[in-house]
Ligand binder design. Structure first.
Ligand code: NAD
Ligand code: DAU
Length: 372
């Protein structure tokens, strides 16, 4: 098992990153080190998501949480952080993450997802010279430096009615987002293969849970229901996604970071496929029961809108390698995860207000108008 001490978390003010930091400091087994959160605070980053963590772990004498505001493409900054904090581990979440935005404006995706990942890998290679030698590092499971690259199942393309993505499925990205993530995955694995940088890679399915920006399906639908706005369904609503509670993704990432083999890819998934429209109907029942709304009335606000260009039909993950080789298992089923998610949005109006009043909302209004 690796001993990981000074962990640079990129994108820790975003949805999955902030949940990861919370998980590591409050729940995970085997971590007593420090977390350095590097985040550019784009529209998708929100410092409020970690206010309590900052107060608890960032303001004591034995500080364990540090926030650094900056861009992963800024090489000098990244180099200085490796020295300042003696970084031995990178877990790389920072990205432009929304498919619709990548269709409207792909440039930021190439910059952050490709160039940003390259910058981090290259700085790590230089900083960890002793650990980086193709003979010693490639394929070894338990070195004490590690670059864990967080990626998506979308790199594998789109499935028909049957079959699953495995770690051996050929890459076939179809949106600017997934193409930029595929490029970053290839760079990460090339740094392992060529230079011996200890790298692990995970490709995960759709996450949901607290702190997710309401540009993504589940939080968008929850908030629109609560605000009496239309519920926009793309195309025929029959596209299929595999849903995983965010804490389960993070427990898998931590498992891989501690025990995964350098040079290996691990698929992470919920084994929980849903057509969008069926999922929406379940969500309507949960939200209406908790918020005392009339489900029939809310169902009446479902609105079919123009489909996403190039909309991938179905994603489904085979995560048997992760379960078999690293003993990972899920603990939260979909019903419980959705219920906890809805509870969280109902209990956190200040968080919602904080993003509704910022850059995020301006962009939404400009690009989506009334839809919200
Ligand atoms: P998010 O959009 O909620 O958060 C991204 C974070 O990265 C934000 O805090 C943002 O400020 C930060 N960031 C963006 N550009 C940056 C830059 N140049 N420098 C520093 N920080 C920057 O994303 P998320 O949903 O939390 O996704 C995190 C990672 O997980 C991404 O790499 C994404 O591809 C991957 N992923 C997401 C899902 C999902 O369902 N959300 C599923 C599988 C994989
Ligand atoms: O599969 C992993 C990926 O999941 C991650 O890599 C991405 O970062 C993450 O955003 C997510 O991508 P999707 O495009 O699958 O997620 P999104 O929530 O945008 O859409 C989920 C499905 O719901 C998709 O089929 C499109 C549909 N949809 C989405 C929105 C926002 C709608 O029908 N209406 C909507 O308003």
């Amino acid at each position: 098992m690796r001993k990981l001490t000074n962990i640079l978390v990129t994108g820790g003010a975003g949805f999955i990153g902030c949940n990861f930091i919370r998980y590591l400091l409050e729940k995970a087994e085997g971590f007593s080190g420090r977390i350095i959160n590097l985040d550019a605070l784009t529209y998708a980053g929100n410092k409020m998501s970690l206010e309590d963590i900052e107060a608890k772990y960032g303001a004591t004498i034995a500080k364990r949480y540090f926030f650094e505001h900056g861009d992963i493409c800024d090489r000098r900054l990244v180099e200085s952080l490796f020295v300042k904090y003696e970084i031995d581990t990178v877990v790389h979440f920072a990205a432009e993450s929304h498919v619709d935005r990548s269709i409207l404006g792909p440039e930021a995706f190439v910059k952050t997802n490709v160039m940003g990942t390259f910058t981090l890998l290259d700085v790590a290679r230089n900083a960890w010279k002793e650990a980086v030698s193709s003979k010693e590092a490639a394929g070894k499971p338990h070195q004490n430096v590690l670059f864990h690259h967080v990626s998506t199942d979308e790199v594998y393309g789109s499935l028909g009615e049957t079959g699953y993505f495995t770690e051996n499925t050929p890459y076939d990205p179809r949106s600017p987002y997934s193409a930029s993530k595929a490029a970053s995955d290839h760079l990460a694995m090339a740094y392992n293969h060529t230079y011996g940088l200890p790298v692990t890679l995970s490709n995960c399915s759709n996450n949901y849970g607290p702190y997710q920006f309401p540009e993504k399906l589940i939080p968008l639908m929850i908030l629109n229901m609560l605000e009496g706005k239309p519920l926009p369904v793309y195309g025929d609503g029959k596209n299929i996604r595999d849903w995983l509670f965010v804490e389960e993704h993070n427990s898998a990432v931590w498992t891989i970071m501690r025990n995964g083999v350098s040079g290996e890819t691990y698929n992470i998934g919920g084994e929980n496929e849903w057509e969008n429209l069926k999922l929406l109907n379940v969500l309507i029942d949960i939200v209406c029961a908790k918020a005392k709304l009339d489900p029939a009335k809310v169902r009446g606000t479902i609105t079919y809108v123009k489909d996403r260009p190039g909309h991938d039909r179905r994603y489904a993950i085979d995560c048997s390698k992760l379960k078999r080789e690293l003993n990972w298992k899920q603990n939260v089923n979909f019903e419980e995860g959705l219920s906890r998610t809805v509870d969280w949005y109902l209990a956190n109006p200040q968080w919602i207000e904080s993003i509704r009043s910022g850059e995020y909302q301006k962009w939404v209004e400009k690009n989506y108008g009334e839809r919200g």
